[in-house]
Design a protein around this ligand. Structure first.
Ligand code: BGC
Length: 746
């Protein structure tokens, strides 16, 4: 399709009209030139296509399959699994004539309180980026577009449409943008959705640095940028910044603003041509990708949702091998969530699930269980009758499985939590049952971390997150060992809320939230502070055991333009087949600390492998510059400091089983610009300057002869700015010092 030639046929008003939606889910058609619309629908973990009645009024959404939410699937650490989920979503979109499904949502989990954490992937940008990229690849492989969202720094719901996220450049690049960067570069999404909030005072929807300089020019994004629903502030500024499509619609108001801005010379008509052209490209590409006659099998997708949930749940505790359960024993299922599972979150991602399977229903295929409701959903208060009945049921069984977690109202799009507690009635239920039953397993269903005051008293804990409509089947699969648990935490579970690094600055004051913890988000913080956590990032148990051996690298020294290949052999040493998530972290080699402040270690690779009992496999990772680099804001750019780095592999961020060291040299060393205000200490790092200064030492340190005396004097001198030397040493002239600075700058 020759987009340029279509654009040339449009009037200014028509071009401006393309820059906003016709309604919530369609781009504007232009009947005069038979230009059709593209159809958008929410995601991210299921298709939420709105339907209208004969009068055009909203009449709900089509029945679809609700897959596990982002927060759950991220725990699978499995690129091919989330890709498969994306393919299924793509099939549903083709069948329902949807061109773009909105998602994945790749914002970082900065605080456990964020109401949308259930949709978000991880506290770690590497994991979030890799999983988002695979989700995108899956959907796009079916000829359906994605919309990577919410770009960027939408890490809270409180005041999400007015708040400014105040973030320093390095933190922005390393933590809040790099997941998006991976998803854009590897996933190549058809569209991207900007966030509601401001970043450092500028709305994302009119943020040229974000939408053009970084996204298009640095990362090479070639798709369309749309606004989040109602995220537009000044539309003409958005055109200049690179916002192509305003959603849902401005009812003509902002289209007129664009026309006015062109007429008043504030923006050029060519600027409008560019954004309108991108909307047209989306429309025509979408239509070209349509597939005729696609249907999908809902039962197959339900089974897939069950498989994905099973591979994502995280077994947190399994003392005395309480799990897997034996079907012959007397088993009690307790808690309303067994009957009515919580499996998705509230807001724009809410799916009209065509069916839902709870654990109580799924377990019928395996063995009889006794059941007691235990508590009333959405209530904090204990119902004494339900409690007594549940305690009795638990007491009479050999093992009690309690289904607990967060009711819908506790977390949702649109607001944040204010605490991390579960409803009091559920905590009391667990405590009461632990008093009468030794073998207690808690199965959790929640979108983000909860405090577990009873964690030491129960034998088993299975974290299901919000596991999609087939969650009950997946829980039963794991509880009875039909599936060997292989999920790993995509976030740290802190002991308490106040341990979280954002605690003092979440959700901010008025319309400002300062990200004062900087790059120390999630495990980067807990590890640096050597803090105890409830369960660390990357953690999760299995019913089998794995042994690592033979960690090796193909070289011990590289420059940052080269790559290094690291491999390790993993063996299943237990007697069940199982999957292991091999994690690779990079940090500074102890004793070789760098000048830049860095986390102790950062995830830079992961692979999920399946192993039969006794089987071994070699896992290989390729590391490149970004595996070792930090973002140097002064450069500005990614920079690898010269020196030794430690590469560790293991089962979690806190259970590293082998490590080796590698030396990395920057291909273009930093060349600082010295001035008369530079500290002498910095100049002493420059060889030329050092030898000139050393020649002065008799003048600078008269009477000090021993090596120790000179070292002490030099330590003091290091703190002094160059120009101040004259104040202490009148025998050294300003001209002499200026010459040193000039020479050091080369
Ligand atoms: C949400 C987006 C969603 C959009 C359309 C917004 O409120 O933030 O994630 O895609 O609505 O429903």
């Amino acid at each position: 399709m020759d987009i340029k030639s279509i654009v040339s046929k449009l009037t200014l008003e028509e071009k401006a009209s393309l820059c906003s939606g016709a309604d919530s889910w369609h781009t504007k058609p232009i009947p005069r030139l038979s230009i059709p619309s593209a159809v958008l629908s929410d995601g991210p973990h299921g298709l939420r296509k709105e339907i209208t009645d004969s009068e055009g009024q909203r009449a709900g959404t089509v029945p679809a399959v609700c897959f596990p939410t982002g927060g759950a699937v991220a725990c699978s650490f499995d690129r091919s699994l989330i890709r498969r989920m994306g393919e299924a979503l793509g099939e549903e979109c083709q069948a329902e004539h949807v061109h773009v499904i909105l998602g994945p949502a790749a914002n970082i989990k900065r605080s456990p309180l964020c109401g949308r954490n259930f949709e978000y992937l991880s506290e770690d940008p590497y994991l979030a980026g890799e999983m988002a990229a695979s989700h995108i690849q899956g959907v796009e492989s079916q000829g359906v577009g994605t919309s990577l969202k919410h770009f960027a720094a939408n890490n809270q719901e409180t005041r999400r449409m007015t708040v400014s996220a105040e973030i320093d450049e390095r933190t922005l690049r390393e933590i809040y943008l790099s997941g998006f960067e991976t998803a854009v570069k590897k996933g190549k999404p058809t569209t991207l959705m900007c966030s509601y909030n401001k970043i450092n005072g500028v709305y994302s929807s009119e943020n040229k640095k974000l939408l053009t300089d970084i996204l298009r020019e640095e990362w090479g994004f070639e798709g369309l940028v749309m606004s989040d629903w109602g995220a537009v502030n000044r539309r003409p500024d958005g055109v200049l910044a690179g916002l192509d499509l305003e959603m849902p619609s401005s009812h003509g108001i902002n289209d007129a603003e664009i026309v006015k801005a062109v007429k008043e010379g504030r923006i050029r008509e060519e600027d409008v041509d560019i954004v309108a052209g991108r909307v047209l490209k989306l429309v025509y590409d979408s239509i070209a990708r349509e597939k005729e006659g696609i249907t999908y099998n809902k039962e197959e997708h339900h089974a897939l949702a069950r498989k994905i949930a099973g591979e994502s749940m995280v077994l947190l505790k399994n003392e005395n091998a309480v799990l897997p359960l034996e079907a012959g024993k007397k088993i009690a299922f307790i808690g309303k969530f067994a009957e009515e599972p919580r499996y998705q979150g509230g807001g724009s991602s809410h799916i009209n699930s065509y069916k839902v399977t709870g654990a109580l229903e799924a377990v019928k295929d395996i063995c009889p269980v006794s059941y007691a409701q235990g508590y009333i959903l959405d209530e904090d208060r204990t119902d004494e009758n339900l409690l007594a009945e549940a305690v009795k049921t638990a007491q009479e069984a050999d093992v009690a499985v309690i289904f607990a977690g967060l009711p819908d109202s506790f977390e949702s799009e649109g607001y944040d939590r204010t605490h991390m507690r579960m409803p009091e009635c559920q905590n009391q239920l667990i405590e009461a049952i632990c008093k009468v039953q030794k073998h207690v397993v808690v199965v959790l269903q929640n979108g983000s971390p909860v405090e577990m005051p009873w964690a030491d008293k129960v034998e088993g804990i299975l974290e299901s997150y919000l596991g999609g409509q087939a969650v009950g089947g997946a829980q039963v699969d794991i509880l009875f060992g039909l599936v060997n648990p292989s999920g790993r935490l995509a976030e740290t579970l802190p002991l308490k809320l106040s341990d979280n690094p954002s605690y003092l600055n979440f959700p901010g004051e008025n319309d400002k939230v300062e990200y004062k913890e900087g790059i120390f988000v999630g495990y980067r913080y807990y590890d640096k502070k050597d803090m105890e956590v409830l369960y660390p990032f990357g953690y999760g148990l299995s019913y089998t055991t794995f042994e690592y051996s033979g960690l090796k690298a193909d070289t011990s020294e590289i420059t940052d333009t080269e790559t290094i290949r690291v491999s390790v052999t993993v063996k299943n040493t237990g007697n069940r087949a199982g999957k292991e998530v091999v994690q690779l972290y990079v940090g500074s080699l102890p004793g070789s600390e760098k000048a830049a402040i860095r986390p102790v270690r950062e995830l830079k690779g992961f692979e999920k492998i399946e192993l039969q009992p006794g089987e071994s496999k070699e896992v290989t990772f390729i590391l490149d510059k970004r595996s070792f680099a930090y973002y140097n804001s002064e450069l500005p750019g990614w920079y690898v400091e010269d020196g030794a780095y430690e590469i560790s592999v293991g089962k979690s961020s806190r259970e590293l089983v082998a490590s080796l060291s590698v030396t990395v040299h920057p291909s273009a060393p930093l060349r600082p610009r010295y001035t008369m205000e530079s500290a002498v200490g910095d100049l002493l790092k420059n060889e030329k300057a050092r030898s000139r200064f050393e020649a002065f030492y008799t003048k600078l340190f008269p009477g000090r002869e021993s090596k120790e005396e000179i070292l002490m004097a030099e330590a003091l001198l290091q703190q002094v700015p160059v120009h101040s030397i004259c104040s202490f040493h009148p025998n050294i002239t300003l001209e002499e010092l200026e010459k040193i600075v000039e020479e050091a700058n080369g």
